[in-house]
Design a protein around this ligand. Structure first.
Ligand code: 5GP
Length: 190
């Protein structure tokens, strides 16, 4: 997606060989026009998949997931992060290591918002090692809902996350793939 590629090249800041700061467009400030275009693109790619719900994880996935859900005319459910994993019969909880914070957080979705009748599209901002993705996939599996696929705004393809999800036989579509990060240099893949 050219518009997103340009913005990443202009406004992304390489923090290390592994971490790209995208605060100006995704993780702190968001540009609604750009986000809506991303939502339209995901909606177009998954329009024939019979999606009944878009699911993401708070907080950075919410804007793109909202835009996608708006275009597909379905509800958006965002997994909430919790400080403690308390046993709760009314929700699905999973423990997920956080790539950027270096800690473990627990994510949860209330059982009332995911049912075996749902066909789910997961949307997230960035994929690195795929821990967040695997956590939300486990929640969807436990709910009995069907997973149609995964839409990722930015895939860092030099890390293994997206590939490990594809290896499970799950469709993963990314809008931009980053092949390498070097000091002051972001290498995108075609
Ligand atoms: P994963 O679970 O795939 O290792 O990491 C995914 C989550 O960590 C994403 O939701 C994203 O918010 C955050 N993340 C991973 N890599 C980066 C990065 O390079 N930059 C930023 N800003 N966030 C990242």
């Amino acid at each position: 997606m050219d518009m997103l590629k340009q913005r990443i090249l202009q406004e992304g800041i390489v923090l290390s060989n592994e971490v790209l700061k995208l605060d100006a467009i995704l993780n702190h400030q968001v540009d609604p026009e750009l986000i809506m275009e991303m939502g339209k693109e995901f909606a177009k790619r998954f329009e024939n998949e019979g999606i009944t719900k878009v699911v993401t994880i708070e907080s950075s996935g919410i804007s793109v997931a909202f835009a996608t859900a708006y275009v597909l005319k379905v509800p958006l459910v965002f997994a909430r992060r919790k400080k403690t994993l308390t046993t709760d019969n009314d929700s699905y909880c999973e423990r997920v290591p956080s790539f950027t914070k270096g800690i473990v957080t627990d994510i949860m979705v209330s059982k009332q918002f995911l049912t075996p009748q749902d066909r789910v599209l997961i949307i997230d901002d960035i994929i690195a090692n795929g821990d967040a993705a695997r956590g939300i996939i486990r929640i969807i599996e436990r709910s009995g809902a069907e997973l149609a696929g995964f839409g990722i705004a930015v895939e860092k393809s030099f890390q293994q996350g997206a590939q490990t999800i594809r290896d499970l036989g799950i469709r993963v579509d990314s809008l931009v793939r980053i092949g390498r990060l070097q000091p002051g240099r972001i290498e995108l893949e075609e």
